[in-house]
Design a protein around this ligand. Structure first.
Ligand code: B12
Ligand code: SF4
Ligand code: SF4
Length: 309
Protein backbone atom coordinates (compact mmCIF):
# COMPACT_ATOMS: atom_id res chain seq x y z
CA UNK A 1 0.00 0.00 0.00
CA UNK A 2 1.45 3.40 -0.92
CA UNK A 3 1.47 6.38 1.43
CA UNK A 4 -1.63 7.99 -0.12
CA UNK A 5 -3.71 4.85 0.29
CA UNK A 6 -2.38 4.18 3.78
CA UNK A 7 -3.26 7.72 4.96
CA UNK A 8 -6.71 7.47 3.36
CA UNK A 9 -7.35 4.19 5.14
CA UNK A 10 -6.32 5.70 8.48
CA UNK A 11 -8.71 8.65 7.97
CA UNK A 12 -11.63 6.35 7.10
CA UNK A 13 -10.92 3.98 10.00
CA UNK A 14 -10.67 6.83 12.51
CA UNK A 15 -13.95 8.33 11.29
CA UNK A 16 -15.76 5.01 11.83
CA UNK A 17 -14.21 4.55 15.27
CA UNK A 18 -15.59 7.96 16.28
CA UNK A 19 -19.12 6.97 15.28
CA UNK A 20 -19.35 8.71 11.88
CA UNK A 21 -21.11 6.19 9.66
CA UNK A 22 -19.95 7.67 6.37
CA UNK A 23 -16.75 9.39 5.38
CA UNK A 24 -16.01 10.81 1.93
CA UNK A 25 -13.06 12.74 0.55
CA UNK A 26 -12.89 15.44 -2.13
CA UNK A 27 -10.05 17.50 -3.55
CA UNK A 28 -9.91 20.94 -1.93
CA UNK A 29 -10.87 22.90 -5.03
CA UNK A 30 -12.84 26.08 -5.49
CA UNK A 31 -16.60 25.50 -5.82
CA UNK A 32 -17.47 27.38 -8.99
CA UNK A 33 -20.97 25.99 -9.74
CA UNK A 34 -21.96 26.28 -6.11
CA UNK A 35 -20.68 29.84 -6.01
CA UNK A 36 -23.15 30.75 -8.75
CA UNK A 37 -26.02 28.99 -6.94
CA UNK A 38 -25.17 30.63 -3.64
CA UNK A 39 -24.86 34.06 -5.25
CA UNK A 40 -28.29 33.70 -6.87
CA UNK A 41 -29.84 32.45 -3.61
CA UNK A 42 -28.48 35.48 -1.76
CA UNK A 43 -29.48 37.88 -4.54
CA UNK A 44 -33.07 36.66 -4.30
CA UNK A 45 -33.04 37.24 -0.53
CA UNK A 46 -33.68 33.57 0.29
CA UNK A 47 -31.56 33.93 3.43
CA UNK A 48 -34.15 36.35 4.85
CA UNK A 49 -32.85 37.79 8.09
CA UNK A 50 -29.90 35.33 8.32
CA UNK A 51 -27.40 38.11 7.62
CA UNK A 52 -24.47 35.83 8.49
CA UNK A 53 -25.06 34.05 5.16
CA UNK A 54 -23.89 37.22 3.35
CA UNK A 55 -20.53 37.13 5.10
CA UNK A 56 -17.31 35.47 3.96
CA UNK A 57 -18.58 34.61 0.45
CA UNK A 58 -15.02 33.96 -0.78
CA UNK A 59 -14.22 31.66 2.14
CA UNK A 60 -17.46 29.75 1.63
CA UNK A 61 -16.58 28.80 -1.92
CA UNK A 62 -12.84 28.26 -1.53
CA UNK A 63 -11.36 25.84 1.02
CA UNK A 64 -7.85 27.24 0.37
CA UNK A 65 -9.02 30.51 1.92
CA UNK A 66 -10.19 28.74 5.07
CA UNK A 67 -7.14 26.51 5.46
CA UNK A 68 -4.07 27.75 3.58
CA UNK A 69 -2.39 24.91 1.68
CA UNK A 70 -5.56 22.78 1.84
CA UNK A 71 -5.44 19.63 -0.29
CA UNK A 72 -8.39 17.54 0.91
CA UNK A 73 -11.89 18.07 2.28
CA UNK A 74 -13.05 15.18 4.46
CA UNK A 75 -16.83 15.00 4.92
CA UNK A 76 -18.39 13.03 7.75
CA UNK A 77 -22.00 12.04 8.37
CA UNK A 78 -23.45 11.44 11.82
CA UNK A 79 -26.89 9.87 12.25
CA UNK A 80 -29.37 11.65 14.53
CA UNK A 81 -32.51 9.67 13.75
CA UNK A 82 -34.59 8.43 16.65
CA UNK A 83 -37.69 6.29 16.35
CA UNK A 84 -39.06 7.53 19.68
CA UNK A 85 -42.07 9.76 19.18
CA UNK A 86 -43.28 12.83 21.02
CA UNK A 87 -46.58 12.69 22.88
CA UNK A 88 -49.42 12.83 20.33
CA UNK A 89 -50.75 16.37 19.83
CA UNK A 90 -47.83 18.14 21.56
CA UNK A 91 -45.97 21.04 19.91
CA UNK A 92 -43.55 19.39 17.50
CA UNK A 93 -39.78 19.55 17.77
CA UNK A 94 -37.51 18.57 14.92
CA UNK A 95 -35.70 15.26 15.50
CA UNK A 96 -32.30 16.90 15.25
CA UNK A 97 -33.11 18.76 18.47
CA UNK A 98 -34.40 15.85 20.59
CA UNK A 99 -31.07 15.23 22.31
CA UNK A 100 -27.91 17.19 23.12
CA UNK A 101 -26.69 20.02 20.92
CA UNK A 102 -24.89 18.46 17.96
CA UNK A 103 -22.47 21.38 17.66
CA UNK A 104 -20.85 20.40 20.95
CA UNK A 105 -20.99 16.65 20.31
CA UNK A 106 -19.43 16.91 16.83
CA UNK A 107 -16.88 19.59 17.75
CA UNK A 108 -15.45 17.31 20.39
CA UNK A 109 -15.33 14.38 17.92
CA UNK A 110 -13.53 16.55 15.34
CA UNK A 111 -10.96 17.59 17.92
CA UNK A 112 -10.26 13.96 18.75
CA UNK A 113 -10.18 13.16 15.01
CA UNK A 114 -7.38 15.65 14.41
CA UNK A 115 -5.45 14.51 17.47
CA UNK A 116 -5.58 10.84 16.40
CA UNK A 117 -4.65 11.65 12.79
CA UNK A 118 -1.66 13.70 13.99
CA UNK A 119 -0.58 10.83 16.24
CA UNK A 120 -0.82 8.27 13.44
CA UNK A 121 0.36 10.32 10.44
CA UNK A 122 2.37 13.24 11.78
CA UNK A 123 2.04 17.02 11.93
CA UNK A 124 -0.71 18.16 9.58
CA UNK A 125 -2.60 21.41 9.27
CA UNK A 126 -6.34 20.98 9.52
CA UNK A 127 -9.59 22.50 10.81
CA UNK A 128 -12.88 20.86 11.60
CA UNK A 129 -16.20 22.55 10.94
CA UNK A 130 -19.81 21.86 11.73
CA UNK A 131 -22.76 23.98 10.66
CA UNK A 132 -21.85 27.47 11.76
CA UNK A 133 -18.69 28.03 9.68
CA UNK A 134 -18.69 29.42 6.13
CA UNK A 135 -18.52 25.98 4.48
CA UNK A 136 -21.02 24.62 1.93
CA UNK A 137 -21.38 21.32 3.74
CA UNK A 138 -24.03 19.73 1.53
CA UNK A 139 -22.02 20.47 -1.60
CA UNK A 140 -18.90 18.84 -0.15
CA UNK A 141 -20.90 15.79 0.91
CA UNK A 142 -22.17 15.35 -2.67
CA UNK A 143 -18.70 15.93 -4.09
CA UNK A 144 -17.27 13.30 -1.71
CA UNK A 145 -19.69 10.66 -3.00
CA UNK A 146 -21.88 10.51 0.12
CA UNK A 147 -25.19 11.13 -1.62
CA UNK A 148 -27.22 13.43 -3.82
CA UNK A 149 -28.94 16.75 -3.13
CA UNK A 150 -32.67 15.96 -3.01
CA UNK A 151 -35.43 18.21 -4.28
CA UNK A 152 -35.92 19.19 -0.63
CA UNK A 153 -32.32 20.51 -0.57
CA UNK A 154 -31.08 17.84 1.80
CA UNK A 155 -28.15 15.52 1.24
CA UNK A 156 -29.62 12.03 0.87
CA UNK A 157 -27.55 8.89 1.32
CA UNK A 158 -28.90 5.96 -0.67
CA UNK A 159 -28.38 3.45 2.15
CA UNK A 160 -29.39 5.61 5.09
CA UNK A 161 -31.53 8.62 4.12
CA UNK A 162 -31.12 12.23 5.20
CA UNK A 163 -31.40 12.35 9.01
CA UNK A 164 -27.67 12.99 9.22
CA UNK A 165 -25.56 15.90 10.39
CA UNK A 166 -22.70 16.86 8.14
CA UNK A 167 -19.24 17.79 9.42
CA UNK A 168 -16.18 18.76 7.38
CA UNK A 169 -12.49 18.66 8.01
CA UNK A 170 -10.26 20.67 5.69
CA UNK A 171 -6.63 19.62 5.73
CA UNK A 172 -3.32 19.99 3.91
CA UNK A 173 -2.97 16.19 3.98
CA UNK A 174 -3.06 14.62 0.54
CA UNK A 175 -5.68 11.83 0.37
CA UNK A 176 -7.28 9.61 -2.28
CA UNK A 177 -10.49 11.43 -3.32
CA UNK A 178 -13.79 9.58 -3.76
CA UNK A 179 -15.86 10.01 -6.92
CA UNK A 180 -18.57 12.64 -6.65
CA UNK A 181 -22.09 11.21 -6.36
CA UNK A 182 -23.22 11.49 -9.96
CA UNK A 183 -26.75 10.06 -9.79
CA UNK A 184 -29.96 11.56 -8.52
CA UNK A 185 -32.50 9.13 -7.11
CA UNK A 186 -35.39 11.57 -6.65
CA UNK A 187 -36.75 10.63 -10.07
CA UNK A 188 -40.32 11.80 -10.63
CA UNK A 189 -41.14 11.95 -6.91
CA UNK A 190 -42.46 15.30 -5.64
CA UNK A 191 -43.60 14.25 -2.14
CA UNK A 192 -41.53 16.90 -0.34
CA UNK A 193 -42.67 19.73 -2.64
CA UNK A 194 -46.32 18.68 -2.25
CA UNK A 195 -46.04 18.38 1.54
CA UNK A 196 -44.18 21.61 2.39
CA UNK A 197 -46.87 23.76 4.04
CA UNK A 198 -45.20 27.10 3.29
CA UNK A 199 -44.20 26.39 -0.34
CA UNK A 200 -40.55 26.87 0.54
CA UNK A 201 -39.34 24.16 -1.86
CA UNK A 202 -38.86 25.57 -5.34
CA UNK A 203 -37.88 23.86 -8.58
CA UNK A 204 -34.21 23.00 -9.16
CA UNK A 205 -33.41 21.86 -5.60
CA UNK A 206 -33.72 25.38 -4.30
CA UNK A 207 -35.10 25.91 -0.82
CA UNK A 208 -36.22 29.43 -0.01
CA UNK A 209 -34.82 29.68 3.51
CA UNK A 210 -36.89 32.78 4.22
CA UNK A 211 -40.11 30.72 3.86
CA UNK A 212 -39.02 27.64 5.81
CA UNK A 213 -40.64 26.84 9.18
CA UNK A 214 -37.17 26.04 10.47
CA UNK A 215 -36.14 29.62 9.72
CA UNK A 216 -39.20 31.17 11.35
CA UNK A 217 -39.03 29.04 14.49
CA UNK A 218 -35.24 29.01 15.03
CA UNK A 219 -33.45 31.74 13.11
CA UNK A 220 -35.87 34.64 13.26
CA UNK A 221 -34.71 36.46 16.35
CA UNK A 222 -36.61 39.06 18.35
CA UNK A 223 -39.17 39.33 15.55
CA UNK A 224 -42.75 38.25 15.13
CA UNK A 225 -43.57 35.50 12.64
CA UNK A 226 -45.43 37.09 9.67
CA UNK A 227 -49.23 36.89 9.88
CA UNK A 228 -49.52 35.29 6.42
CA UNK A 229 -47.89 32.15 7.87
CA UNK A 230 -50.74 31.70 10.38
CA UNK A 231 -52.29 28.23 10.22
CA UNK A 232 -49.47 26.78 8.12
CA UNK A 233 -47.06 25.37 10.71
CA UNK A 234 -48.90 22.08 11.37
CA UNK A 235 -47.98 22.40 15.06
CA UNK A 236 -44.19 22.63 14.48
CA UNK A 237 -42.74 24.63 17.40
CA UNK A 238 -39.01 24.18 16.76
CA UNK A 239 -37.69 23.29 13.30
CA UNK A 240 -39.61 21.17 10.83
CA UNK A 241 -39.14 17.62 9.55
CA UNK A 242 -42.03 17.41 7.08
CA UNK A 243 -39.95 17.28 3.87
CA UNK A 244 -37.75 14.55 5.37
CA UNK A 245 -40.54 12.55 7.02
CA UNK A 246 -42.33 12.17 3.69
CA UNK A 247 -39.17 11.26 1.76
CA UNK A 248 -39.22 7.59 0.66
CA UNK A 249 -35.44 7.37 1.17
CA UNK A 250 -35.93 7.81 4.91
CA UNK A 251 -37.77 4.50 5.08
CA UNK A 252 -34.30 3.06 5.63
CA UNK A 253 -33.50 5.34 8.58
CA UNK A 254 -32.17 3.47 11.59
CA UNK A 255 -31.94 4.90 15.13
CA UNK A 256 -28.62 6.54 15.99
CA UNK A 257 -26.05 4.79 18.19
CA UNK A 258 -24.90 8.15 19.55
CA UNK A 259 -25.99 8.27 23.17
CA UNK A 260 -25.75 12.07 23.29
CA UNK A 261 -28.64 12.19 20.80
CA UNK A 262 -30.99 10.07 22.89
CA UNK A 263 -34.12 12.24 23.27
CA UNK A 264 -34.61 14.18 26.50
CA UNK A 265 -37.59 12.75 28.42
CA UNK A 266 -39.20 16.23 28.47
CA UNK A 267 -39.01 16.44 24.66
CA UNK A 268 -40.94 13.18 24.39
CA UNK A 269 -43.35 13.57 27.28
CA UNK A 270 -44.25 17.27 27.55
CA UNK A 271 -47.86 18.03 26.67
CA UNK A 272 -49.06 21.37 25.30
CA UNK A 273 -49.97 22.51 28.80
CA UNK A 274 -46.56 21.46 30.16
CA UNK A 275 -45.02 23.74 27.53
CA UNK A 276 -47.44 26.56 28.27
CA UNK A 277 -46.79 26.38 32.00
CA UNK A 278 -43.00 26.03 31.75
CA UNK A 279 -41.10 28.79 33.57
CA UNK A 280 -37.99 30.45 32.16
CA UNK A 281 -35.96 29.04 35.03
CA UNK A 282 -37.04 25.46 34.30
CA UNK A 283 -36.54 25.94 30.54
CA UNK A 284 -32.96 27.05 31.12
CA UNK A 285 -32.31 24.13 33.44
CA UNK A 286 -33.90 21.37 31.33
CA UNK A 287 -32.78 22.56 27.90
CA UNK A 288 -29.37 24.04 28.70
CA UNK A 289 -27.51 21.53 26.49
CA UNK A 290 -30.24 21.28 23.87
CA UNK A 291 -30.28 23.04 20.45
CA UNK A 292 -33.51 24.63 21.68
CA UNK A 293 -31.53 26.95 23.92
CA UNK A 294 -30.61 28.73 20.62
CA UNK A 295 -34.17 30.04 20.29
CA UNK A 296 -34.16 31.10 23.96
CA UNK A 297 -37.20 30.96 26.21
CA UNK A 298 -38.68 34.04 24.53
CA UNK A 299 -38.41 32.38 21.10
CA UNK A 300 -40.10 29.19 22.29
CA UNK A 301 -42.90 31.24 23.89
CA UNK A 302 -43.38 33.20 20.66
CA UNK A 303 -43.53 29.99 18.59
CA UNK A 304 -45.93 28.35 21.01
CA UNK A 305 -48.25 31.36 20.90
CA UNK A 306 -48.05 31.44 17.11
CA UNK A 307 -49.03 27.80 16.60
CA UNK A 308 -51.77 27.80 19.21
CA UNK A 309 -53.55 31.04 18.23
C1 B12 B 1 -28.61 28.40 6.47
C2 B12 B 1 -29.01 26.98 6.81
C3 B12 B 1 -30.38 26.70 6.95
C4 B12 B 1 -31.47 27.72 6.62
C5 B12 B 1 -31.63 27.84 5.10
C6 B12 B 1 -31.77 26.51 4.37
C7 B12 B 1 -31.07 26.46 3.01
N1 B12 B 1 -31.74 25.99 2.03
O1 B12 B 1 -29.93 26.86 2.86
C8 B12 B 1 -32.70 27.12 7.36
C9 B12 B 1 -32.81 27.75 8.75
C10 B12 B 1 -34.05 27.32 6.68
C11 B12 B 1 -32.28 25.67 7.49
C12 B12 B 1 -33.18 24.63 7.66
C13 B12 B 1 -32.81 23.31 7.81
N2 B12 B 1 -31.57 22.84 7.98
CO1 B12 B 1 -29.98 23.92 7.72
N3 B12 B 1 -28.38 24.79 7.39
C14 B12 B 1 -28.03 25.98 6.99
C15 B12 B 1 -26.51 26.13 6.83
C16 B12 B 1 -25.96 26.86 8.06
C17 B12 B 1 -26.04 26.84 5.55
C18 B12 B 1 -26.70 26.30 4.26
C19 B12 B 1 -26.33 27.13 3.06
O2 B12 B 1 -25.17 27.38 2.81
N4 B12 B 1 -27.34 27.59 2.32
C20 B12 B 1 -27.16 28.29 1.08
C21 B12 B 1 -27.68 27.39 -0.05
C22 B12 B 1 -27.48 28.10 -1.38
O3 B12 B 1 -26.86 26.25 0.00
P1 B12 B 1 -27.42 24.74 0.21
O4 B12 B 1 -28.84 24.76 0.55
O5 B12 B 1 -26.48 24.02 1.09
O6 B12 B 1 -27.30 24.23 -1.28
C23 B12 B 1 -26.03 23.93 -1.83
C24 B12 B 1 -26.01 22.51 -2.34
O7 B12 B 1 -27.20 21.85 -2.03
C25 B12 B 1 -25.76 22.63 -3.80
N5 B12 B 1 -26.83 22.34 -4.72
C26 B12 B 1 -28.01 22.92 -4.82
N6 B12 B 1 -28.62 22.49 -5.91
C27 B12 B 1 -27.81 21.60 -6.51
C28 B12 B 1 -27.98 20.85 -7.66
C29 B12 B 1 -26.98 19.98 -8.03
C30 B12 B 1 -27.15 19.21 -9.27
C31 B12 B 1 -25.80 19.86 -7.23
C32 B12 B 1 -24.74 18.91 -7.61
C33 B12 B 1 -25.65 20.63 -6.10
C34 B12 B 1 -26.68 21.50 -5.75
O8 B12 B 1 -25.49 23.98 -4.09
C35 B12 B 1 -25.83 24.83 -3.03
C36 B12 B 1 -24.68 25.78 -2.86
O9 B12 B 1 -24.60 26.64 -3.91
C37 B12 B 1 -26.07 24.62 6.79
C38 B12 B 1 -24.68 24.32 7.37
C39 B12 B 1 -23.57 24.65 6.38
N7 B12 B 1 -22.56 25.36 6.84
O10 B12 B 1 -23.63 24.24 5.22
C40 B12 B 1 -27.19 23.90 7.57
C41 B12 B 1 -27.65 22.50 7.09
C42 B12 B 1 -27.79 22.57 5.60
N8 B12 B 1 -28.95 22.36 7.69
C43 B12 B 1 -29.20 21.15 8.06
C44 B12 B 1 -30.46 20.73 8.58
C45 B12 B 1 -30.49 19.39 9.28
C46 B12 B 1 -31.60 21.54 8.43
C47 B12 B 1 -33.06 21.15 8.72
C48 B12 B 1 -33.41 19.72 8.34
C49 B12 B 1 -33.35 21.40 10.21
C50 B12 B 1 -34.78 21.21 10.64
N9 B12 B 1 -35.26 19.97 10.72
O11 B12 B 1 -35.48 22.13 10.94
C51 B12 B 1 -33.82 22.19 7.85
C52 B12 B 1 -34.07 21.67 6.42
C53 B12 B 1 -34.66 22.67 5.49
C54 B12 B 1 -34.38 22.31 4.04
N10 B12 B 1 -35.30 21.62 3.40
O12 B12 B 1 -33.32 22.65 3.49
C55 B12 B 1 -28.05 20.20 7.76
C56 B12 B 1 -28.39 19.36 6.52
C57 B12 B 1 -28.03 17.90 6.62
C58 B12 B 1 -28.38 17.17 5.35
N11 B12 B 1 -28.49 15.86 5.43
O13 B12 B 1 -28.55 17.73 4.28
C59 B12 B 1 -26.87 21.21 7.59
C60 B12 B 1 -25.78 20.78 6.61
C61 B12 B 1 -26.26 21.42 9.02
C62 B12 B 1 -25.31 20.30 9.42
N12 B12 B 1 -24.05 20.59 9.67
O14 B12 B 1 -25.68 19.15 9.51
N13 B12 B 1 -30.95 25.53 7.37
S1 SF4 C 1 -38.34 21.99 6.65
FE1 SF4 C 1 -40.59 22.18 6.52
S2 SF4 C 1 -40.98 24.31 5.90
FE2 SF4 C 1 -38.80 23.88 5.52
S3 SF4 C 1 -38.70 23.23 3.39
FE3 SF4 C 1 -38.97 21.35 4.60
S4 SF4 C 1 -41.20 21.02 4.71
FE4 SF4 C 1 -40.87 23.12 4.02
S1 SF4 D 1 -39.42 13.38 -1.14
FE1 SF4 D 1 -39.03 12.61 -3.21
S2 SF4 D 1 -38.43 14.43 -4.39
FE2 SF4 D 1 -38.27 14.96 -2.22
S3 SF4 D 1 -36.16 14.59 -1.72
FE3 SF4 D 1 -37.27 12.70 -1.20
S4 SF4 D 1 -37.13 11.43 -3.08
FE4 SF4 D 1 -36.54 13.52 -3.63
Amino acid sequence: MNKLNAHTKIVKDVSLSLGFEFCGIAKAQKLDDDARRLEQWLKLGMHGDMKYMENYFELRIDPQKLVPGARSVITLLLNYFSSEKQLEGSPKISKYAHGKDYHEVIRSKLKTFLEVIREKIGEINGRGFVDSAPVLERSWAQKSGLGWIGKNGNLINKKAGSFYFIATLITDLELEPDDAFAKDFCGTCTKCIDACPTDAILPGKVVDGSKCISYFTIELKEMLIPEEMKGKFQNWMFGCDICQDVCPWNRFAKPTNEIEFVPLPEVLNFSTSNWEELSEESFKKIFKDSPMSRAKFSGIRRNLKFISS
